[in-house]
Design a protein. Structure first.
Ligand code: FAD
Length: 404
């Protein structure tokens, strides 16, 4: 199992619980320390994909989001209702959005219908009740949170974020406790080769040098480095992709809990930003033009990570908060806590050639995702955090199929 993000850890746990011995390899020193930790934790229902004319992304997100907590509940033994969830998201539509309020309202209606259809067809119980349909806010409600000169419409949804730190801690504890999983941390996967006969040789480097290990089956869940490693064994996607490094800010400031009441907000459609109110003075924020630090159309993420490591936390925090507070003036109440904001971030891997400021960008869609099997090599395109547990279980099934 290559990569101990949320996808890799859940795959490893699913396989171990079916009786498989699993080596779980990661170059980091703890499991779930990269994109699966430093993300917004939004369990997408598809509202944000208003520019996906194929309309195929929304059903993928619904399936992933509604199965997210039940799968993690089964894996960790923690009831779905015990996981922390943020305040529900409002969606604000800036005046220069790539889609008009009417187009967005029509899209939101389709999302609600897709959720209802999914619930009718699938027995999945999200564990926390069905999401309520969206509603468009009246002008006085919009004015409560947004600057009416900049925002032309807003919608309330029942979409929420989970606490990525809580989930990382719970899932990592299960990995540490699982006797059939051998965790090989601090170990970088360099390359892989088909082994003579059957299986794969995986070549890694660590502080003890270079090591070659033979495995009957491999799951490549390296996320940022997945396409590079696939190419090493001759697997090429035959399409364009973009790796982007996106920074994000988190703030733990219980002293602000009673003053900052701004709900969770996403601005769509275009290069805007998000604010998550987790409750209790815990916040997440990100302003895309400031936080998108680097991108590459190559398969090697190292140059991105090198650029991202020199990020200036102070200027990212003040520029992001400043931009978000123009649209949501109440956010300026967080200014006194600016110096306590922590900057993290990670790579977003997606099919496409141009960035989201292009209305025709492939990044506005996210449906060609999930695991695929090539003999006993499974490559896992996690797609999103919210689809990680579902696709991890499917990746584990593909391994069992390969071993059968
Ligand atoms: C700022 C930001 C916000 C986001 N917001 C959301 C959101 O709100 N909702 C949502 O659904 N998705 C969101 N995403 C996307 C989401 O974070 C990812 O889709 C998801 O976390 C990927 O999970 P993963 O387990 O595949 O990858 P990761 O968590 O990155 O795990 C991959 C692991 O592989 C390891 N690794 C990589 N290369 C090597 C190598 N060569 N050798 C050894 N180990 C290696 C890494 O150390 C890492 O631990 C966001 C992403 C970012 C960056």
């Amino acid at each position: 199992m290559l990569g101990a993000g949320l996808a890799g850890c859940v795959t490893a746990l699913a396989l171990a619980r079916k009786g498989c011995d699993v080596d779980l390899i990661d170059e980091a020193t703890t499991p779930i320390s990269q994109a699966s930790l430093h993300n917004e934790g939004k369990l997408h229902l598809g509202y944000v994909y208003a520019a996906d004319d194929s309309r195929r992304t929304c059903p993928r997100m619904i399936e992933g989001a509604l199965s997210f907590l039940p799968i993690l509940s089964k894996i960790t033994g923690v009831p779905s209702t015990s996981f922390a969830r943020s305040q529900p998201f409002l969606y604000g539509v800036p005046a220069d959005s790539q889609k008009s309020p009417d187009e967005i309202a029509a899209h939101f209606d389709r999302v609600d219908r897709a959720i209802a259809d999914f619930r009718r067809e699938q027995e999945i119980d999200s564990g926390v009740g069905d999401p309520a349909p969206h509603r468009q806010l009246a002008t006085d409600e919009v004015a409560r949170w947004f600057d009416l000169d900049l925002i032309s419409a807003a919608f309330a949804t029942d979409e929420r974020s989970v606490d990525t730190v809580e989930i990382a801690d719970l899932v990592a504890a299960c990995v540490y406790a699982e006797p059939l999983i051998v965790l090989r941390l601090g170990t970088t996967v360099k390359t892989a080769e088909a082994a003579p006969g059957k299986g794969w040789d995986v070549i890694c480097s660590s502080s003890s040098g270079t090591e070659r290990s033979r495995y009957t089956a491999v799951v490549n869940a390296l996320w940022a480095d997945r396409l590079r490693l696939d190419a090493e064994i001759g697997l090429h996607p035959g399409r364009s992709w973009l790796l982007r490094y996106k920074a994000a800010l988190t703030l733990d400031a219980p002293d602000t809990a009673s003053t900052v009441k701004t709900p969770s907000v996403t601005l769509i459609v275009g290069p805007y930003g998000d604010f998550v109110n987790h409750g209790g003075g815990r916040f997440y924020l990100s302003w895309y033009p400031v936080c998108k630090l680097a991108e590459t159309r190559g398969a090697d993420p190292r140059p991105l990570l090198d650029i991202a490591h020199v990020k200036n936390a102070g200027s990212i925090a003040s520029a992001s908060l400043g931009a978000l507070a123009r649209y949501m003036p109440s956010l300026s109440d967080l200014a006194p806590a600016l110096d306590r904001m922590r900057v993290g971030g990670g790579v977003i891997a997606a099919w496409g050639e141009t960035d989201i400021d292009d209305p025709a960008s492939g990044l506005h869609e996210r449906h060609e995702i999930g695991p695929t099997r090539h003999g006993s090599w499974v490559t896992l395109d996690t797609g999103k955090y919210c689809t990680a547990p579902l696709y991890a279980l499917r990746a584990a099934d593909l391994v069992l199929e390969a071993l059968a």
